[in-house]
Design a protein around this ligand. Structure first.
Ligand code: ADP
Length: 282
């Protein structure tokens, strides 16, 4: 537990994992929050560092909008998402006067902020620190890696949707990781298939329609909204582990809007199952 008097920085952190995506909107922050919740559920102590300075969405997804970071003599005390202080979060959103304020900073100021998030936050002892990065490969990624270098990060989880246009951006992420010698833990294909809101059987599962007992769903055409399987093929082609598919699930989206804990509220859904498999693979 991070406590007053503890030094700021990452000396008590066992594993550091970066979450990367080639594009915005593919579910990078979603995967980060759900991984964090899954790891907490598995008994781990987890920190989430949101370095998406221009689009911080982790606080909202975890129901922490409007929370404040406290300053202690040792540094910033992160915001805790739960009573037992097993999930701590640091984000630029906690430092803005208004949640919707825009961060219009040049590179050096962003880089200094990222360094401060790593060195001046009292992270305490953690099993995992998950770092949610901005989309693409930018200055911020290089600064984050530089700031984390002494901790020897375990590697990166890449997130993509199945479409070719998102996948071609993932290739750039793969190149970035290889050039910066950041190990790739694997690729998650998000928004892969659709979970029927009426019966919660994903399209991939109900291709033969027989397990779908909801009449509304059976009457509808089963279709993948996007293509599917592209992430898995790309993983094979680039020789990186494929960590699994997370379907589009309207209830997951609703939980993220309101900041509810999806893994506790919907243990039985395909998205929840896919994400807990992911946790086990880390
Ligand atoms: P990114 O971090 O890549 O910009 P987000 O994680 O913010 O993307 O996701 C973008 C939007 O898509 C959010 O509103 C989120 O709730 C929604 N979303 C992401 N993944 C899923 C999913 N598997 N099912 C339903 N909604 C999702």
């Amino acid at each position: 537990m991070a406590a007053e008097g503890e030094e700021g920085g990452l000396s008590g952190v066992n594993h550091v994992i970066l979450v990367l995506s080639g594009k915005g909107g593919v579910g990078k922050s979603t995967v980060t929050t759900q991984l964090a919740l899954g790891l907490v559920e598995a008994g781990k102590k987890v920190g989430v560092l949101d370095v998406d300075l221009c689009g911080p969405s982790i606080p909202r997804m975890l129901g922490l909008s409007g929370a404040d970071v406290h300053q202690s003599s040792s540094g910033w005390i992160p915001v805790f998402a739960d009573h037992d202080q097993r999930l701590s979060v640091m984000s630029i959103a906690f430092l803005l006067a208004q949640e919707d304020d825009a961060v219009i900073w040049r590179g050096p100021k962003k880089n200094a902020m990222i360094k401060q998030f790593v060195t001046d936050v009292v992270w305490g002892s953690l099993d995992y620190l998950l770092v949610d990065t901005p989309p693409g490969t930018s200055d911020e990624h290089i600064s984050t890696l530089e700031a984390l270098r002494t901790t020897n990060p375990d590697g990166a989880v890449l997130v993509s949707t199945p479409q070719a246009v998102a996948l071609s951006d993932v290739r750039r992420e793969v190149t970035f990781c290889r050039k910066t010698k950041l190990p790739i833990l694997g690729l998650v294909e998000n928004m892969s298939g659709f979970v029927c809101p009426h019966c919660s059987v994903s399209v991939a599962q109900c291709a033969d329609h027989s397990i779908c007992e909801c009449s509304v769903h059976v009457l509808q055409e089963c279709s993948n909204l996007f293509s599917t399987g592209g992430g898995e093929s790309l993983a094979q082609e680039t020789n990186i582990p494929f960590l699994g598919r997370v379907p589009l699930d309207p209830r997951l989206a609703a939980c993220l809007e309101t900041g509810l804990n999806f893994s506790e509220t919907h243990r039985d859904t395909s998205a929840s199952t896919a994400l807990s498999n992911l946790v086990q693979s880390l």
